[in-house]
Design a binder for this molecule. Structure first.
Ligand SMILES: Cc1ncc(COP(=O)(O)O)c(C=O)c1O
Length: 378
């Protein structure tokens, strides 16, 4: 079955009782048991809920995974995955990461006596060199947030497999429509479903998928034990978003490529980051491991914070807001928003400069978006 068909049908059979074509929102916290120990597969909605289960099946199907788990947020999904680690374990992470993941690693996970080494992702050998005898997990995003660098998932998976290390890929930016890390050898994929999977900026959610049964069993245990699960309504919203993921992603990418080319030529733009442009340093790698380049563009304006402020205030269609992946275009200023939790020294070291802007290109008419950018730039 092809992606578009899976997104609409997997886990989403008609309701056997009523014939309802759409999976109902099962607003129930508990389930009547026929006798002690005899139930219909559901006992309590933290442990399992039919709407959430439908979402979990759909998530697994579109990521080419055997198992899916849904969470209350992307960070809830991340926290649950990191619960696989024990005191004394070590993580190797790429150094271009969502700021909230960095904050979780440094201010929460570190308190569990689990430490992280961040490596410059421009050279894959840096990952291998950072591995210690206690390294249990490698964590990456690709494309990265916010600099849109690309990491070779298959090469990293081979390094991880040889050392028996779990490779986790946060696939939020690409979405499973453009990239499926499990097919390239990753062990676990994480999503903030708040973004492209939900797609309409109306829900916070997270996902974890894997085809490794042992990892799934552990993660399922932690999902229930930690309890950071999505409500049935939130599950339903993400499930609805997934149905149109393919058509939305195609439009996001078409608009982003057009605007990236326009911005690349603009005299007010100093630097542009978009993996779909031939002069992006990892363009060939992106072409090989992704089937499209996504809807995110980062750019550095000529000037500094004052110019960024002026630019942001003049935009009418690109809304100044955190988050990404919705149908509407958004502008984010990573230094103070998504990556505000990074100390300045760390931020500069990672190339998140004061003139960096991140655009989540929506699916509005691209000529309106171009006019909005042109007006603010001029
Ligand atoms: C790449 C990435 N991963 C994870 C998260 C965290 O997701 P959530 O905000 O749903 O907790 C975000 C949020 O912006 C993100 O951009």
């Amino acid at each position: 079955m092809e992606f578009e068909t899976k997104a609409i049908h997997e886990g989403q059979q008609s309701d056997p009782q009523t014939g309802a074509v759409i999976v109902p929102i099962y607003l129930t916290s508990t389930y009547q048991q026929e006798a002690i120990g005899q139930h219909k597969g559901y006992e309590y909605s933290r442990t399992g809920n039919p709407t959430r289960n439908a979402l979990e099946e759909a998530l697994a199907a579109i990521e080419s995974a055997t198992f899916g788990l849904a969470f209350a947020s992307g960070l809830a999904a991340t926290t649950t995955v990191l619960s696989l680690l024990k005191s004394g374990d070590h993580i190797v992470a790429g150094d271009d990461l969502y700021g909230g993941t960095y904050r979780l690693l440094e201010r929460v996970v570190k308190n569990w006596s689990v430490t992280t080494t961040y490596v410059d992702i421009d050279d894959i050998n840096n990952f291998e060199n950072a591995i210690q005898s206690n390294t249990k997990l490698i964590w990456i995003e690709t494309p990265t947030n916010p600099l849109l660098k690309i990491i070779d998932i298959a090469a990293l998976a081979s390094i991880a497999r040889q050392r028996n290390i779990i490779l986790v890929v946060d696939n939020t930016f690409a979405s499973p429509y453009f990239q499926r890390p499990l097919e390239l050898g990753a062990d676990i994929v994480v999503h903030s479903t708040t973004k492209y999977l939900g797609g309409h900026s109306d829900v916070i959610g997270g996902a974890v998928v894997t085809s490794n049964e042992q990892l799934y069993t552990e993660l399922k245990f932690y999902q229930n034990a930690i309890g950071a699960v999505p409500s049935p309504f939130d599950s339903w919203l993400v499930l609805r978003g997934i149905k149109t993921l393919a058509v939305r992603m195609r439009e996001h990418e078409k608009n982003a490529l057009f605007l990236a080319k326009f911005l690349e030529e603009h005299p007010q733009v100093e630097q542009i980051y978009y993996p779909g442009l031939p002069n992006h340093p990892q363009h060939q790698l992106a072409k090989a491991q992704m089937s499209g380049f996504g809807g995110m563009i980062s750019l550095e304006l000529k000037g500094g914070f004052a110019e960024v402020e002026k630019f942001a205030s003049r935009l009418k269609l690109f809304l100044l807001a955190e988050s990404l992946g919705g149908v509407e275009s958004l502008l984010c200023y990573p230094a103070k928003m998504t990556h505000g939790s990074l100390p300045d020294a760390e931020r500069y070291k990672r190339g998140i400069n004061d003139n960096l802007i991140r655009l989540s290109v929506g699916i509005e008419n691209v000529l309106d978006l171009q006019a909005d950018l042109e007006n603010a730039l001029s």
